[in-house]
Write a new protein. Structure first.
Length: 239
C-alpha cells in the first residue's frame, strides 16, 4: 500500500509526457480536427486526469469519492474505446490516398498502423475489464489501470517523435524507422521503470505491455500483406 501513496505524482509525469507529445499535432490544427479526434483527445485527457485524481484520493483516505470517480472513469474508458475505434478508418484513408511519388512512409505503414491501433484498443479494453474485476484488490486494480495508460501512450508519443525528428533531421535523412525505434525506446524505458517500482515483472498486464512492442515492431511486415490489406478494407467499410 505504501508504494501507491505517491502514485499520483508519477501519473502526473506520465500525463505530461503524453500531452507534450501530442501538443504540436493537435493544438496548432485545432480548428481543422474532425469531431472524432476532438472527442478522442478530450476523453483520453480526462481519463489520464482521472488516473491522477484516483490515487490522490486514496492517499488522503477519501474512499467514497474514489469509488464515485471510479464509476465515471469506467464510463470515460468506454468513450475512449468507442472514439478510438471510430478513428481506425483514418489510416485506411491515408493508405487509399497514398502517392509513391511524394515523400513519406510506405503504404504498409498505414495498414500496419491500423492493425496496431486496433490491437491497442483491445488491450486497453481488456485492462479496464480486469481492473473492474479486481477493484477490491488494490495491487491488481492499480497495476491494470497503470498498464492501460501505457497501452494508450504510443500513438501520442509517436506523433511527438515525428515532430522532434523532423526538426532535428533533414528531409532526406528522416526515416519512419527512426521515429518507431525512438518511440519504443522511450515507452520501454518508462514501462520498465514503473514495472520495477511496483514490482510487477511477473504479471499478465506487464506481459501484454511488452507484447505490444513486438506487434508494433511488426508494423511494416503486417501492413505489407495483401491479404491483410483486403481484410482491413472489407472490415472498415462494413463497420
Amino acid at each position: 500500500m505504501e508504494k501507491y501513496k505517491r502514485l499520483y505524482v508519477w501519473m502526473i509525469g506520465l500525463f505530461a509526457i503524453v500531452q507534450i507529445s501530442i501538443f504540436y499535432y493537435y493544438w496548432p490544427r485545432f480548428t481543422e480536427q474532425t469531431w472524432e479526434i476532438h472527442f478522442h483527445y478530450w476523453l483520453v485527457t480526462a481519463w489520464y486526469l482521472m488516473l491522477i485524481a484516483q490515487p490522490y484520493l486514496i492517499s488522503v483516505n477519501n474512499i467514497a469519492r474514489h469509488r464515485t470517480l471510479g464509476i465515471i472513469g469506467f464510463v470515460l474508458a468506454g468513450g475512449v474505446i468507442f472514439t478510438g475505434l471510430s478513428l481506425l478508418d483514418v489510416p485506411l484513408k491515408l493508405a487509399e490516398a497514398y502517392d509513391p511519388s511524394r515523400p513519406g512512409p510506405p503504404i504498409s505503414f498505414y495498414y500496419g498502423t491500423l492493425i496496431i491501433e486496433g490491437i491497442s484498443m483491445i488491450a486497453f479494453g481488456y485492462a479496464i475489464v480486469k481492473s473492474i474485476l479486481h477493484r477490491k484488490e488494490i495491487h491488481e486494480h492499480s497495476w491494470w489501470l497503470i498498464a492501460g495508460a501505457f497501452y494508450m501512450m504510443p500513438p501520442a508519443l509517436g506523433r511527438g517523435m515525428i515532430i522532434f525528428w523532423r526538426r532535428i533531421l533533414s528531409p532526406e535523412n528522416f526515416k519512419p524507422v527512426i521515429v518507431l525505434a525512438s518511440t519504443e525506446v522511450i515507452y520501454l524505458g518508462l514501462f520498465l521503470w514503473f514495472t520495477a517500482r511496483f514490482g510487477k515483472f511477473r504479471h499478465a498486464a506487464t506481459a501484454i505491455g511488452l507484447l505490444l512492442i513486438v506487434f508494433r515492431m511488426l508494423r511494416f511486415p503486417m501492413g505489407a500483406s495483401e491479404a491483410i490489406q483486403e481484410f482491413l478494407h472489407g472490415w472498415i467499410k462494413w463497420r
